[in-house]
Design a protein around this ligand. Structure first.
Ligand SMILES: NC(=O)c1ccc[n+]([C@@H]2O[C@H](COP(=O)([O-])OP(=O)(O)OC[C@H]3O[C@@H](n4cnc5c(N)ncnc54)[C@H](OP(=O)(O)O)[C@@H]3O)[C@@H](O)[C@H]2O)c1
Length: 257
């Protein structure tokens, strides 16, 4: 039986990964900050699918939290076969409206934690000659959108570069770039979503199914929906200044005009 560790497993996309991987018979290590919610999730997945679900409470914006998960994914015995770096959040506001401390926390969770966990996991996986890492980025990686977009662009560049460097090692890395997904993300960030058309919302379970299929195909980048694939095609050939004008306004009703 293989083991998958998912950060941010208790809600949204992470919870969809946990449901799907448990249904496929993988043991799980569930990581987030809320221990009660983690324990409830572990019990539910164990009872429903008969898998072992371990709880690891960790705040990935803090040194101790990152260290604890690094230790778990880096184990040589009783190791992790699949790492899903999914934990993340949004900050409400345009540039200079967001406190600098919150921007730095975002870089810690989206970039430093992802770098350190990926590195600890892939070292151990390379020794075993097999393993996989999914780093959850966003389509925001391809457009100018503050520290959030920049941090996700880093995830994409880092993951695709590392995937290339580890080619032939048996270790697969893939950056996953979802469009808008109905989760707790926007509410947690206090972002209004009323002006976002219905057709733009993706379902987390379908997203995960498509993402795991892309990982199995050996892709290093996954944009798992035809709507967003088409949009990203348009973004590639549109001037950055024009794109920036749109992305600076979209979903930011709360900011000053
Ligand atoms: N929803 C979207 O439209 C969308 C689109 C593109 C990309 N994404 C990306 O997808 C990923 C998951 O987002 P989501 O929409 O599923 O969000 P979500 O529903 O808000 O879930 C976030 C998960 O991350 C955990 N988490 C947050 N901060 C953490 C920290 N400091 N340390 C450890 N765990 C932490 C949360 O649990 P605790 O609060 O208990 O820690 C929760 O389990 C993020 O990386 C996000 O940027 C989301």
């Amino acid at each position: 039986m293989t083991t998958a560790l998912i950060t941010g497993s208790t809600a949204g996309i992470g919870a969809a990964f946990a449901r799907r991987l448990a249904a496929d018979g993988h043991n799980l290590v569930l990581v987030a900050r809320d221990t009660k919610r983690l324990r409830e999730q572990a019990t539910e997945l164990h009872d429903r699918h008969g898998i072992e679900a371990e709880v690891l409470t960790a705040d990935l914006s803090a040194e101790e939290g990152i260290k604890a998960v690094e230790e778990r994914v880096g184990r040589r015995r009783d190791g992790v076969d699949l790492l899903v770096n999914n934990a993340g959040f949004g900050n409400k506001g345009r540039y200079l409206e967001v406190p600098l401390a919150d921007e730095l926390t975002m870089l810690k969770v989206h970039c430093e934690a992802v770098l350190r966990l990926t590195s600890a996991a892939t070292e151990a996986m390379r020794e075993r000659g097999r393993g996989g890492v999914v780093n959850v980025a966003s389509v925001a990686a391809f457009v100018p959108r503050g520290t959030y977009g920049a941090s996700k662009a880093w995830v994409v560049q880092f993951t695709q570069g590392a995937a290339r460097d580890l080619e032939g090692s048996g270790v697969r890395l893939m950056a996953l770039c979802p469009g808008l997904v109905r989760t707790e993300f926007h509410e947690r960030a206090g972002m209004g979503t009323d002006n976002i058309p219905k057709w733009m919302w993706l379902d987390a379970d379908k997203l995960v199914t498509a993402a795991l299929a892309d990982l199995a195909r050996g892709k290093s980048l996954s944009v798992p929906d035809p709507r967003y694939k088409a949009m990203m095609g348009v973004v590639k050939v549109t001037p950055r200044a024009l794109i920036g004008g749109v992305t600076s306004r979209t979903g930011r009703k709360y900011g000053p005009k």
